[in-house]
Design a binder for this molecule. Sequence first.
Ligand code: SF4
Ligand code: SF4
Length: 123
Amino acid sequence: MFCATLFSGSGYDQAFTENMARTIEYMQKGGRFRLVDGHDDICRCCPNREPDGCSLGTENVSGRDRAALEVTGLAPGRDMSWAELRECLGRVSEAEFQRVCGDCRWQETGLCSYALLRERAMP
Ligand code: SF4
Ligand code: SF4
């Protein structure tokens, strides 16, 4: 949910980037995104997807997903609108953002940040 809201057009490959852009457009037009504990619609088109996890490390990605649910107080299975996602992220502090995203490569390369979250999230 963090990654979709902060997406800036960069991704792992063309299929991933196009699917992410399509998913965001669908949500911005009123669609809903289901929070799941495992592979979601974003993972479906990702080159890092593996049958039972993610080549970037299931433990790392699962831990990030778990932390995202904990800091937002959300549970898997909930269908979220784009506005609800942005509202939830608006309540996330910088310390909470770092708990979820601290070791992410996109943050390390400067493509994602807490400052970007503040721009995208609803106040
Ligand atoms: S820092 Fe990484 S994990 Fe966090 S929202 Fe950005 S891309 Fe996603
Ligand atoms: S969790 Fe892994 S498979 Fe899913 S989108 Fe992220 S990098 Fe890709």
